[in-house]
Each structure stands twice: as structure tokens, then as C-alpha cells.
Design a protein around this ligand. Structure first.
Ligand code: HEM
Ligand code: HEM
Length: 545
């Protein structure tokens, strides 16, 4: 609200310049009320809440460096003869895109560093999103009311992957061209429409003369534009929902305990931005990434050895590499299952992320809002699902780099391929079972700690000769944190025969839901929390050390 016009301070002379600018802006944008409502917004403190910030800052760094690259990059596949300062490629024929990337690397001031920062920031951005997503998943921060924000995040992840892929393809070097060839193969395996899509995308026969300029618009405009919109929406929703917090004394589902946005959080966040920028710059200055001059220009009849996509695309590469080369030939057509099946599984691996919050809320039937985070051990089935998914992902990542594993560790490539084929099915099951057991073990340990205190490491000898370890009682805060979680009862189908003896039909989905609910909250899936009576009984000193 602007009150400058009728303020008595006028009589004391002109207000300071800053205040006048603020008044001017307030009259047009209403910033006072906006700031009043949001400046004291509270953010809880936990190291894992910095992961979203890492994504944000690396995205900003990508945009800043990307703009610089656009000043010198020529998105054209026209053939030129190279006459830049990199001697080994002098006189070679190559696309303008490749030649301009060489120029960025050798002839543009600061060009190589900016290219390196752009590429490293992209890798860290995707890694940041991946780990941030894991933080959100394992703590249950995707539950109501944050499911939509989870979907926004999911879209950011998928779009980030494709933005990275299109960027990787721009320099038109032998490695990026091989990646595009891989994509063309996958598109061609789609029955009926595959050839049409490929011709449409490449403007004719692969590789054609168009894909760099097309990918360029997609890379610098379309995808980052959509991502920017989603990102703003994502952050507005984080603001609107307020941040979740871990259980602790004084923290409830209705409050947020932490630091105010201004000045504390803003100062911390500003500092953290420079830290992220600094680390990415140092890494980029030390570790070469994508030395396109050593890889050479793209020629469709050549493939470089050890060809690898960037890490976030590795799992899709793994799917293709380990799939048996099955084919069906019928009516003069070939269905290449060896490529088409991986192409179908690829979106399924990703879709599992998108749908999980909705599946969990359906199974648990929980319609309440959740602002207090779970400790992963207290949600064993969810944690086990997460680890099973990660297992599939990392097993496929091994498959994607099977040649590198083979050469670096002197292993047989066939043995690795078979390992991945078997582990793709067995790995997640073993991971699920093991994770659940570990979670339950940790729950038991928590219970033990609450009832008997912390093992102090001090061994005492009693007068009659027995050795015991002295247990120290936990503080009230620790007790609160270890016992704050809710424990649900599994949803039951209820009696199938009513009081009049009429049988009720139970549908398959109801049965499935009850079974899954049992897996989430049944006796096998949670260790009952210690009750107040149990605690009192034990701590009152009857029969315990
Ligand atoms: C461009 C990428 C992304 C950026 C810049 C970003 C940024 C952020 C920031 C700054 C926060 C608050 C701090 C924190 O909890 O870390 C946050 C929270 C959140 N993010 Fe992201 N995020 C991104 C991607 C994702 C992805 C991939 C997912 C999941 C699939 C996701 C889901 C969420 C959810 C559900 C919250 C609310 C968490 C809570 O209140 O505890 N985000 N995000
Ligand atoms: C999430 C967003 C983005 C990701 C993940 C990403 C990733 C990449 C990657 C991995 C490369 C290959 C770099 C190399 O040569 O080794 C690249 C190239 C490039 N990117 Fe991006 N980028 C993103 C956004 C942008 C934006 C917003 C712009 C421009 C405003 C941009 C402009 C460029 C240009 C001009 C190139 C080609 C030059 C070169 O390869 O050095 N990028 N990008």
C-alpha cells in the first residue's frame, strides 16, 4: 500500500532515493503488500532441501552459458572446409555446426570454458534433479497437496533429458551423430509410422541437412521455454504449499519452523548460488568434457569406439544393448523387437515415477494433507519400491556402458550383457525384499532406543560379576523424533456377507487394494511403536538396567 502522498514525512523534506523508487514501484506493481505477505515466509532447514536449489542454480548457469554459445554457434549442416586454429583438422570437410563448435573451443575468447561449463552444468542439473526427486520420494513429500508439483517436477526431469540430448547432438561430431543414428534406429522400429516420422524429423533420408537447425530451435527455445514456465510454476507451488519439514519438537502438520525468506534464507541462497557456480566452473576448468576435436566430424558410415550417451540417457542405451536381437518377419514386413521392445519399456520406466503418488494414495486411501516428512525407514514398502526402481535404473546404466565395463575391468562383454539381462528381473525383487528388511530392522532399533536408551559404549561390571553395557536415556527431543510418525492400519475389505446373510460382491480391484494395503501397513511391514505404558514400565526401573 502506498501512502507516500499524504505522509507527514513529506514536510521533513524529500524521502531517501531508495524509498522513492520503492514508492514509485509500489504505486504500479503493489510490491509492498506482496513483500509484506512473503518476505517473512519461513523455510525449514535441512541439508537435503538444498538439492532443489542445486537444480535451480545449475539451470540458471545453463541458460547464461547457453546464451553466450548462441552468439558463436552456427546451426547449419552446410559443408565447409575447416581453416581454424586446430591444426590436425585443417582442410577437412565438415558441417558448419561442427566447425563453429571448433571455433568456440579454440578461437572464441573464453569459448571453451563456457562450452565446458554448459555441458558440466547440464550433467549436474540432471543429477541434481535425480537426487532431489529421490529426496522428495523417500520422504513422502509428494503426498497431498504436492502431487501436482511432483508432476511438474517429473516433466522437468523428462524435458531436461531431452534438452540435454538435443544439445549433445548440436555440435555434429562423430559421437553426437552416433546418438542421433541411435534415435533414428529406434524411430524406424515403430511399426507403420516409423519411416514417416523419421523422414519428417530429418527432412528426408537420414541424416539429411535439417536436423541440426531443427534441434537448435528445439534446444534453445522450445524445450527451455516450456521448462522455464514449469519451473516458475514449480516454485510458486513450493511457496504456496509451504515447505515440508521433518518431525521434531514444536513442528506440526500446521506450522513451519525455520528461517525467514528475508534476510536469512535469501542470503544463504545467494551464497549457495555462487558456490554452485564456482564448483561447476572449477570442474569445467579441470576436467575436459566432450572434446569434439578429438572425436572428429560426423559421417554416417563411421562410429567411434566407446560411444556413450550422457549419463542420464544411459539407461535407454542399456535397454537396447541387452535386448536380444529378436525380429518377426511377416507379410513382407519386419518388426524389429530387439529395438521396439526397449522403445516401449523406456517410457514405462519413466512413467513409474509420474504415477507413483497416485498409486500410493489409492492404496492407502489417505486423503489428508501431509506436511511432515516421513523417515524412509518408517515407510518400508515405499522405500523398498524406490530402491527397486533405482536398481532397475542402475542395472540398465551398467548395460548402457557394457563396453566400458568390459574394457576397464577385463570382463567378457557377453557376461556383462547376461548379468544385466538377469539382474533386470531379479535385481529389483531382491532389492525390494532386502530394503524392507533393513527398514524394519531400523524400526526395531528405534524402538529399542526409545525403550532402553542409547548404547553408551561403557561396560560396567556388576557386583556379582555380570558385565552390562550402560544405556543412556534419550532426550525428550530425540524421543519425540523417533515416535512422531503415524502408523496406519491396513485397509480391509470388510465382511463379505451382510447381517441378512446376503453375500456382497468384492471386485478384483478391491482385493488388489486390500492386498497392497496389507503390504504397506500389515504386521509384516511395520514394527509397532512403543506405547507410553511400555515406556513408563521400562523406565520406571522395574527389572532393567
Ligand atoms: C528444474 C528442476 C527443478 C528445480 C529447479 C526444483 C526446485 C525445487 C526447490 C527449490 C524446491 C524447494 C527446496 C527443496 O525441497 O529442495 C523444490 C521442492 C519440490 N520439488 Fe523440485 N525442482 C526441480 C525438479 C523436481 C523434480 C524432478 C521433482 C520430482 C519428480 C520435484 C518435486 C518437488 C516437490 C514435490 C517439492 C516440494 C517438496 C517439499 O515441500 O518438501 N522437483 N523443488
Ligand atoms: C536444460 C537446459 C539445457 C541443457 C540440459 C543443455 C545441454 C547442452 C549440452 C549437453 C550441449 C552440448 C555441449 C557440448 O558441445 O559439449 C549443449 C549445446 C548447446 N546449447 Fe544447451 N542446454 C540447455 C539449454 C540451453 C539454452 C537455454 C541455450 C541457449 C539459450 C543453449 C544453447 C546451446 C548451444 C548454442 C549449444 C551448441 C554449442 C556447443 O555444443 O558448444 N542450451 N547444450
Amino acid at each position: 500500500m502506498s501512502t507516500a502522498a499524504n505522509e507527514p514525512s513529506r514536510s521533513r523534506g524529500k524521502a531517501p532515493a531508495g524509498e522513492r523508487v520503492a514508492d514509485w514501484a509500489d504505486g504500479r506493481l503493489g510490491i509492498y503488500s506482496l513483500a509484506k505477505a512473503n518476505m517473512r515466509k519461513i523455510f525449514p532447514d535441512h541439508w537435503s532441501f538444498m538439492l532443489g536449489e542445486v537444480c535451480l542454480y545449475s539451470f540458471i548457469i545453463i541458460i547464461l552459458t547457453g546464451v553466450y554459445l548462441t552468439l558463436f554457434f552456427h546451426p547449419s549442416m552446410a559443408e565447409v572446409e575447416y581453416h581454424g586454429s586446430y591444426v590436425p583438422l585443417q582442410g577437412q570437410m565438415m558441417s558448419e555446426a561442427y566447425a563453429s563448435t571448433l571455433d568456440i573451443s579454440f578461437d572464441v575468447r573464453g569459448g571453451l570454458l563456457i562450452r565446458q561449463i554448459h555441458h558440466w552444468a547440464a550433467l549436474i542439473f540432471l543429477a541434481g534433479m535425480f537426487v532431489h526427486m529421490m529426496r522428495v520420494f523417500f520422504t513422502g513429500a509428494f503426498r497431498k497437496p504436492r502431487e501436482v508439483n511432483w508432476l511438474f517436477g517429473f516433466l522437468l526431469l523428462v524435458l531436461g533429458m531431452f534438452t540435454g540430448f538435443t544439445g549433445y547432438s548440436l555440435p555434429d561430431d562423430l559421437l553426437s551423430g552416433t546418438g542421433i543414428r541411435f534415435m533414428e534406429g529406434a524411430i524406424l522400429s515403430v511399426p507403420i509410422v516409423g519411416t514417416y516420422i523419421s523422414f519428417f524429423l530429418f527432412g528426408g533420408e537420414f541424416p539429411g541437412h535439417d536436423f541440426v537447425s531443427r534441434f537448435y530451435s528445439i534446444h534453445i527455445l522450445l524445450l527451455p521455454g516450456i521448462m522455464l514456465g514449469l519451473l516458475v510454476g514449480h516454485l510458486i507451488l513450493v511457496f504456496y504449499h509451504k515447505h515440508t519439514q521433518f518431525a521434531g519438537p514444536g513442528k506440526t502438520n500446521k506450522n513451519v519452523v525455520g528461517m525467514p525468506l528475508l534476510p536469512v534464507y535469501t542470503a544463504k541462497a545467494g551464497g549457495f548460488f555462487f558456490l554452485v557456480f564456482g564448483v561447476i566452473s572449477v570442474v569445467s576448468a579441470i576436467a575436459t568434457i566432450n572434446p569434439i576435436w578429438a572425436i572428429g566430424p560426423y559421417r554416417p558410415d563411421q562410429v567411434s569406439t566407446g560411444a556413450q550417451p550422457d549419463w542420464y540417457m544411459g539407461f535407454s542405451e542399456g535397454l537396447i544393448r541387452v535386448m536380444p536381437g529378436w525380429e518377426i518377419n511377416a507379410w513382407g514386413h519386419t518388426l524389429v523387437l530387439g529395438v521396439f521392445v526397449p522403445l516401449l519399456i523406456f517410457p514405462l520406466v519413466l512413467a513409474a515415477i509420474a504415477v507413483y503418488p497416485f498409486i500410493e494414495s489409492w492404496v492407502t486411501g489417505d486423503k489428508r494433507e501431509h506436511h511432515i516428512l516421513d523417515r524412509p525407514r518408517n515407510a518400508p514398502t515405499r522405500t523398498a519400491f524406490g530402491v527397486a526402481w533405482l536398481t532397475v535404473y542402475f542395472v540398465l546404466l551398467i548395460g548402457g556402458g557394457n563396453d566400458l565395463w568390459a574394457t576397464h575391468f577385463h570382463l567378457s562383454i557377453n557376461a556383462i550383457t547376461w548379468f544385466v539381462r538377469i539382474a533386470f528381473f531379479v535385481g529389483p525383487v531382491v532389492a525390494f525384499i532386502a530394503t524392507k528388511r533393513i527398514c524394519l530392522g531400523l524400526q526395531r532399533r528405534d524402538k529399542d532406543k526409545v525403550l532402553h536408551g542409547r548404547e553408551s559404549g561403557i561396560i560396567k561390571r556388576l557386583p556379582h560379576g555380570e558385565f552390562i553395557e550402560v544405556h543412556e536415556p534419550l532426550s525428550q527431543e530425540q524421543l519425540h523424533t523417533l515416535t512422531a510418525h503415524e502408523q496406519y492400519q491396513p485397509a480391509e475389505i470388510g465382511p463379505t456377507v451382510d447381517e441378512n446373510g446376503v453375500e456382497r460382491k468384492v471386485s478384483g480391484t478391491q482385493k488388489l487394494r486390500a492386498k497392497l494395503s496389507e503390504s504397506y501397513y500389515g504386521e509384516e511391514s511395520q514394527i509397532p511403536k512403543p506405547t507410553v505404558e511400555e515406556y513408563k514400565e521400562i523406565t520406571s526401573g522395574h527389572g532393567h538396567h
